[in-house]
Ligand binder design. Structure first.
Ligand SMILES: NC(=O)c1ccc[n+]([C@@H]2O[C@H](COP(=O)([O-])OP(=O)(O)OC[C@H]3O[C@@H](n4cnc5c(N)ncnc54)[C@H](OP(=O)(O)O)[C@@H]3O)[C@@H](O)[C@H]2O)c1
Length: 289
């Protein structure tokens, strides 16, 4: 796995020619910056984007800053479970291994909407898609020694718990609460997965990028978006801790950790509830078929 690296935001790594990373939601925001930073270290990066034109434009932009980078583009709408399955199959066909999987794609939905699978949208894109994708990509992750799964969560996971009897917010929908719960689900999934893959040399981290000026609040009114961007750090800074999680040698051999601002910190008390982690795992298996 990786070699020298000085800390978040100061990536200086020769990761090796054959190393491959995948970043979901790489067309904009944090995902774009994470993919760009990884490409700059010499890692081959597979960009997963919902829209082919936006994906191609992201790939061109990254190629401009890293002309020698090898960049693959995969197009998939992660709100569809069959699209997630097709994506995983295509990746297993085109890639020989995976050193890093960054589950970054995410949404905030102002109103409750359902996906083609009849699932609440936020839950499906933010939690079920990475849950399914990661499990389907296990053969590629296992083909690399010391691979890493980086789940982009958020400090917004604090102060909430899951309503396991209403994962799909059928009883009532609050946009921010639904988002918060999916970010808690990212942490619960991280710990449950970490236990399961401990023997395979795969590390699993949940990461809080901090408030970053991206398109995450794209559905909010203009005044809110403006206020958000004024309070936020640039997306390139928000990408620093996810990139650190992906590459830092000091994290080698570690797993099941929550990372923020280039350090290991405690996640919320609810996230350490093993019964809740396992219940979510079983329910997610059911919901993803
Ligand atoms: N920004 C923050 O302050 C902040 C703080 C904490 C955590 N986060 C987390 O960071 C992650 C990235 O968000 P961001 O802030 O960078 O927001 P963003 O700019 O809106 O980026 C989200 C990315 O996810 C992709 N995406 C959304 N729905 C998708 C779908 N159905 N299929 C495939 N891709 C889809 C988007 O693709 P399109 O370009 O096609 O829409 C975009 O590339 C999220 O998981 C978010 O929860 C963000």
């Amino acid at each position: 796995m990786p070699v020298p690296h000085t800390g978040p935001g100061e990536v200086d790594i020769n990761y090796g020619d054959e190393s491959i990373a995948t970043v979901t939601g790489a067309s904009s925001g944090l995902g774009f910056e994470i993919a760009r930073a990884l490409a700059m270290t010499g890692v081959r990066v597979a960009l997963v984007c919902r829209d082919s034109a936006r994906g191609a434009s992201a790939r061109e932009n990254i190629a401009r800053s890293s002309p020698s980078a090898t960049l693959d583009l995969f197009v998939a709408d992660l709100s569809s479970l069959s699209a997630v399955r097709r994506l995983a199959a295509e990746m297993r066909e085109r890639l020989t291994r995976l050193d890093v999987l960054v589950n970054n794609a995410g949404v905030v939905k102002l109103r409750r909407e359902e996906t083609v699978d009849g699932l609440e949208w936020t839950l499906s894109v933010n939690h079920l898609a990475p849950f399914l994708l990661t499990r389907l990509l296990m053969p590629l992750l296992e083909a690399s020694r010391g691979s890493r799964v980086v789940n982009v969560s958020s400090d917004a996971h604090r102060g909430v718990t899951l309503d396991v009897d209403d994962l799909q917010s059928l009883k009532g929908y609050d946009a921010f609460l639904a988002y918060q719960r999916t970010k808690l689900a990212n942490v619960l999934f991280t710990y449950a997965l970490s236990r399961r893959v401990a023997g395979n040399g795969i590390s699993v981290f949940a990461v809080a990028p901090g408030m970053a000026a991206t398109e995450i609040v794209r559905e909010a009114p203009p005044w809110y978006r403006l206020e958000w961007s004024l309070k936020s750090r640039p997306a390139s800074e928000g990408a620093a801790t996810p990139v650190w999680a992906a590459l830092a040698p000091e994290l080698s051999g570690k797993s099941g950790l929550y990372l923020r601002d280039g350090a290991v910190v405690d996640s919320s008390p609810e996230s350490y509830d093993v019964a809740l982690q396992e219940r979510l795992w079983v329910d997610s298996m059911g919901l993803t078929g």
